[in-house]
Design a protein around this ligand. Structure first.
Ligand code: BTN
Length: 331
């Protein structure tokens, strides 16, 4: 099993960055040794390490090291591409685990820092909302959890879920330009089929959030031919929509930078900017909707309020706030 914690000052990350800067020109062992202040022997050991992590690195005795494609799906590769400051302060990568949310929750309780990311190639017990499973086959999709520690009242946390939905929707839109929308509170759809889901889990004192685990699953290269029966008519992926696969690390890189962008805005300006951005992706306002209860609420969707709660006008004319549940449109 490939399980690794990595941070931006890891020697492997620095070496990969140097090899990438060199492009097709070899980078000498001496240059790496001088730049990183390590012996030539240590350089060689780190190169061996990188090879065991799936990197293909050619070595020529006279000229040095050259990196070739394909690049592997792992934390070193992700970190060598990430340009964020908060999201990705530490990255844990696992080939397989039970659930990234469960494991990040444990790390959070052991004082992991804000911005810690957990990324997995597959999950054995991927969890969805309302106790559902999250289909998590290997080699295809993104299963990730991100740790946030905003100093806010627990009641303010609902809007962080919508913040994540904006980041995910913007990420998908970068790869699939049309048909991307959000379904309250935080599903992301392409042409009315679900491409991504978010499971937000929080730990708090009475008046202060301790941590929030944002769990995000994005169907990148799953194909409609292989979904389990119950997902066949409701799920989709970037591959399904485009007819060609997408680079998962690129998708993950965009996701983390969008999350960082919106989180920084949130910390300085509050929820209004991301709630406005969320509304741009929301198409159910003005339609008849139902929110699963209890209690079940049905009526005309009036949009969301300043906290991200769904507003529904019932047949009696009363406007009801929904703070949890699943939304469906009636038309
Ligand atoms: C939903 O039901 O829409 C939420 C799905 C959330 C799935 C992601 S995959 C990564 C993280 N780990 C989990 O076990 N679940 C979330």
């Amino acid at each position: 099993m490939n399980t690794r914690k990595i941070s931006s000052d890891d020697v492997e990350v620095s070496i990969i960055k140097m090899l990438k800067t060199g492009k097709d020109d070899p980078t000498s062992g001496q240059a790496i040794s001088t730049e990183l202040g390590i012996s030539r022997n240590a350089v060689w050991k780190h190169i061996e390490n990188l090879r065991s992590m799936g990197y293909s690195i050619d070595a020529s005795t006279k000229k040095g090291y050259t990196l070739s494609t394909p690049l592997p799906f792992n934390a070193t590769e992700l970190l060598s591409e990430l340009k964020t400051e908060i999201i990705g302060t530490a990255i844990y990568y696992h080939d397989t685990l039970t659930s990234t949310n469960d494991m990040l929750g444990e790390l959070a309780r052991s004082n992991a820092t804000e911005g810690t990311i957990l990324l997995a190639d597959s999950q054995t017990i991927g969890r969805g909302r309302a106790g559902r499973n999250w289909h998590s086959p290997e080699g295809k999709n993104i299963y990730t959890s991100i740790l946030l520690r905003p100093r806010i009242h627990p009641q303010m946390a609902q809007s962080i879920t919508l913040l994540a939905a904006v980041a995910v929707a913007e990420t998908i839109k970068e790869f699939v330009p049309s048909g991307v929308e959000v379904k309250w509170p935080n599903d992301v759809l392409i042409n009315e089929r679900k491409v991504a889901g978010i499971l937000t889990e929080m730990s708090s004192d009475t008046d202060m959030v301790k941590h929030i685990v944002l769990g995000i699953g994005i169907n990148v290269n799953s194909s409609s031919t292989e979904y389990p029966e119950e997902l066949k008519t409701i799920a989709t992926s970037i591959l399904d929509k485009n007819g060609s696969s997408a680079d998962r690390l690129k998708v993950a890189g965009v996701l983390y930078s969008r999350l960082e962008k919106w989180y920084k805005i949130y910390l300085s300006k509050g929820p209004a900017p991301h709630l406005d951005a969320w509304k741009e992706f929301f198409t159910a306002a003005g339609k008849q909707v139902k929110v699963s209860g209890p209690p079940e609420i049905e009526g005309l969707c009036m949009g969301i309020d300043d906290d991200g709660a769904l507003l529904i006008r019932s047949s009696s004319g009363e406007v009801i706030r929904a703070v949890s549940g699943e939304m469906s449109t009636n038309n």
